[in-house]
Design a protein around this ligand. Structure first.
Ligand code: B16
Ligand code: MG
Length: 225
């Protein structure tokens, strides 16, 4: 995939950045962990931080399937469990404020705006909009792609392709900033420049990665276009 991008897309400039939300701009990963843990305790299901790592970037339904680990459950029960988890999650995000933006995140959005780079959000979460509002970042974005925008979530490329379409740019001119393996895979499949945030074990398949969002260098990314 990396090879294809480098060989076929010579001369394509980066015109837009697509930001993941959970784990990139804010640390809602911890909120998701705590509420899945609560649900698992109620249901007598095993859950730990290692399993939680596998849930980064994947949809609510896929997350529950991973937790169930092949255990057969009726559709009605699955839906009730997803709804309960979401109720708990919605209760926990009420506490989110601008303070929950990760260090350096807003500065990066500001720098990109100054450079007239188009910005989109690309989050698997159906709760992305209320979280953006609580973080007071919605005005930075020209488009929002979230868990309600497409059928197939990350690692399918659909969400990022939808974001590029909304921005009116070619997928090849987009850089995706992601903390999840599923998100990097989605960005690569979309033909975009994949920028990982996190350790190499998680985001090492990206074109370029940084340990934290505050380490990201916009000019490095633009020069990779
Ligand atoms: P919801 P991202 C993802 O957001 C989270 O990383 C993932 O853990 C969560 O299951 C998914 O959103 C769905 O969230 O239950 O709120 O619809 O990282 O793509 O911004
Ligand atoms: Mg994420």
């Amino acid at each position: 995939m990396k090879f294809f991008r480098e060989v076929l897309i010579i001369g394509e400039k980066i015109e837009a950045f697509i930001f993941d939300l959970d784990g990139v701009l804010t640390d809602t990963v911890e909120y998701h962990y705590l509420v899945w843990k609560r649900l698992c305790e109620e249901e007598g299901l095993y859950f730990d931080r290692q399993i939680n790592e596998k849930l980064r970037g994947v949809s609510r339904r896929k997350s529950l399937e991973i937790i169930l680990g092949g255990k057969k459950v009726q559709e009605k029960t699955l839906e009730e469990m997803m709804a309960r988890k979401n109720r708990y999650y919605q209760q926990s995000i009420i506490k989110i404020s601008k303070e929950d933006l990760l260090p350096g995140a807003e500065e990066i959005l500001q720098q990109l705006k100054k450079k007239h780079i188009k910005l989109a959000l690309g989050s698997s979460s159906k709760n992305a909009r209320p979280v953006m509002v609580r973080l007071e970042i919605e005005d930075y974005f020209d488009a929002v792609a979230d868990g309600n925008s497409v059928e197939r979530s990350k690692p399918a490329p659909d969400l990022f392709l939808y974001a590029a379409e909304k921005l009116g740019v070619s997928p090849y001119s987009c850089a995706v900033i992601e903390d999840a393996e599923a998100g990097i895979e989605a960005a690569l499949k979309a033909g975009m420049l994949a920028v990982g945030i996190g350790p190499p074990e998680r985001v090492g398949k990206s074109h370029i990665y940084y340990p934290r969002i505050s380490d990201l260098r916009i000019d490095d990314i633009l020069s990779r276009g």
